[in-house]
Design a protein around this ligand. Structure first.
Ligand code: DAH
Length: 339
């Protein structure tokens, strides 16, 4: 009996420090055909019946115990192995790695839209989205451009099947949608894509982008328009440049103006970019025409407002000195990678 107890203690100790191969050796050494415990069981006939029972039962218990310990140790070893492997294979996200694809960047047109939008957001404007498919009412009529008015001639239009709908020729129809949906005060810009039925050349494209701006409230004056647009020019192009408001005509504003900035290329001396005028035209604007306010059932006695429209491609081309608008739409990576 003392032997069995001694054996169990001895094996337990050995198992604790064994690897898988050593465990198999222990199994043979103690439980195998010629194993220590097998030997004890085989020699039971030497003892009295009472002793046989006792020793036999203890020896069998010891056998089961050792088998279980070996299995347990095996399981632990396997688990440790898996853990070790997982530890080794763990991804280190902090490590930089080779990425086989080139990282993209914003298209210059999108970048211009984002930059202009952020300037107007900082001046208290919301950014809204309009519709690229409009009808005659929104694109022309509500903007004080009645049917057969010559002002329509400047915006040759793509009509969709059935002539009911058309691709908007400018972002100005979003003025109407916004005013239909909300009461003053309105202070919003709407960037988006517009379409004209024109042949493309280095400065014309049938698809291009604009940003529309609109403010309507009580007591909005031309001074507000001048202040906001001058501030925009300063923040976008740099405050050192002179800004010029030149009288112009748009059907949906009265009075109307075009905004020029001092040529940032030659500083106003006159060059190819400013066509020797020293100034570059960047946008159209004006006080919202009362007929436009009436079209959306705004009280034109109570409310006034100003609107402006900026051509995105034009500004992008000026900023990056791009001399052909078509380069912006060709998706030529050799061109786009420069931005
Ligand atoms: N919609 C005009 C165009 O495409 C641009 C424009 C001019 C928008 C003056 C305006 C504005 O809101 O006040 O030619």
């Amino acid at each position: 009996m003392n032997d069995i107890e001694h054996i169990v203690n001895e094996v337990s100790e050995k198992i604790k420090n064994s690897d898988i191969a050593a465990l198999e050796k222990i199994r043979t050494e103690y439980l195998g055909k010629n194993g220590v415990l097998t030997h004890i069981l085989k020699s039971l006939h030497k003892y009295s019946i009472k002793e046989k029972k006792k020793i036999g039962s203890e020896a069998n218990k010891a056998k089961t115990f050792i088998e279980n310990e070996i299995e347990k140790r095996k399981e632990n070893l396997k688990e440790a192995l898996v853990n070790e492997k997982m530890q080794k294979e763990k991804l280190d996200y902090s490590q930089s790695f080779y990425f086989p694809f080139a990282k993209g960047s914003f298209h210059p047109v999108i970048e211009t839209i984002e930059t202009i939008s952020s300037v107007f957001k900082s001046l208290g404007f919301f950014v809204a989205e309009g519709y690229e498919i409009e009808n005659d009412w929104y694109n022309f009529e509500a903007l004080n451009m009645p049917k057969s008015h010559p002002a329509r001639d400047t915006q040759d239009t793509f009509y969709l099947e059935g002539m009911r709908n058309l691709l908007r020729t400018h972002t100005s129809p979003s003025q109407i949608h916004i005013m239909e949906k909300q009461k003053p005060p309105v202070r919003v810009i709407v960037p988006g894509r517009v379409y004209r039925n024109e042949a493309s050349d280095s400065s014309h494209s049938s698809t291009f982008h604009q940003i529309e701006g609109l403010t309507v409230d009580e007591n909005v004056t031309f001074t507000d328009l001048k202040a906001v647009l001058t501030e925009f020019v300063g923040r976008f192009f740099g405050s050192a440049l002179k800004v010029r408001f030149r009288p112009s005509h748009f059907q949906f504003t009265e009075p109307s103006a075009e905004v020029d900035i001092q040529c940032f290329f030659c500083g106003g001396k006159g060059c190819r970019l400013c066509k020797n005028s020293g100034f570059i035209e960047i946008l159209g604007c004006g006080m919202v025409h009362p007929n436009v306010l009436k079209a959306v059932n705004y009280d034109s006695e109570k409310y006034t407002g100003y609107a402006f429209g900026i051509g995105i491609e034009r500004i992008t081309m000026l900023k990056y000195e791009i001399d052909d608008i078509r380069l912006l739409y060709e998706n030529d990576l050799r061109f786009l990678k420069q931005f």
